[in-house]
Design a binder for this molecule. Structure first.
Ligand SMILES: [Mn+2]
Length: 261
């Protein structure tokens, strides 16, 4: 790719802060539910020179505004299925468990992040949530909606390279990873069905399923259906995606400090 240029955040200025929406883990033995972020996401952010800030679910709109005033980027991570009513569908039997309180928090996070021009990286459930936040819809179950796919998107092996994704060469994602095909892991049974009009699909699995989107006109709003945080020690493209996110967060940080906000 002629326009390919590897990026790195070069260590100028303090580490940019990245808000990460938490995942809720319900105890099977009757203990308290816990909210937190799986370690691979935290390691990947830190490895790229970013400092994670974990935001619990149940956020009120006014808190989201104040919290995002203090960060330089937002990461949406994997988790349960998005509640179908948020994209105007009835829940079908193949839809998995949902967590509407987290959906609502993250819908607020997306709205506020976009209003503020914050860099946003949305992974797995994150790309789905981003698409729903902007008016798109989801496949409630890929195996049901696309029985002829030929690809088992719902793998249990977190680091197995299960299929390729073809990237649109003229896209932010392809430029960020310096490749137009990436080998990825696949840990999902839902996916983008109709992309939101403000999102541009830029990556596809061999069966045609949308696996990457970005927002034209935004500095860095990217969603990927795979899990790059699980691949940073294995795949250059995964490291480069976090590095590009870090560059965008650093850019936001220095712009914010110049404007005194
Ligand atoms: Mn997949």
């Amino acid at each position: 790719m002629s326009s390919c240029r590897a990026t790195d955040r070069c260590g100028v200025g303090p580490e940019p802060l990245v808000a990460v929406g938490a995942h809720r883990l319900v105890s099977s033995s009757g203990g308290n539910a816990m909210e937190g972020v799986p370690a691979p996401y935290l390691r990947a952010l830190r490895g790229a020179g970013l400092q994670p800030v974990v935001l619990p679910t149940g956020l009120a709109a006014e808190s989201v505004g104040r919290l995002l005033q203090r960060v330089d980027g937002v990461l949406l991570i994997g988790g349960p299925d998005v509640e179908p009513r948020f994209y105007g569908e009835e829940t079908r039997p193949q839809c998995g468990p949902t967590h509407p309180e987290r959906d609502q928090s993250e819908l607020l996070l997306v709205g506020e992040a976009l209003d503020r021009g914050l860099p946003l990286l949305a992974i797995c459930r994150g790309i789905q949530l981003l698409n729903v936040a902007l008016g798109g819809t989801l496949h409630q179950d890929i195996a049901t909606d696309r029985p002829d796919s030929g690809i088992g998107h719902r793998s249990q092996e977190r680091q197995a390279l299960a299929h390729t994704v073809r990237l649109e060469p003229d896209s932010l994602v392809a430029r960020a990873v310096c490749m137009d095909h990436v080998a990825v892991n696949t840990l999902h049974h839902q996916a983008v069905k109709s992309p939101a009009t403000s999102l541009r699909p830029v990556g596809w699995a061999p069966d045609g399923l949308v696996e990457a989107v970005e927002m034209p006109g935004a500095d860095f709003v990217v969603g990927v259906q795979w899990h790059p945080e699980e691949l940073v020690s294995l795949e250059e493209h995964a490291r480069r995606l976090f590095a590009a996110f870090a560059v965008a967060a650093a850019r936001h940080q220095s712009a914010a400090s110049r404007s005194g906000s």
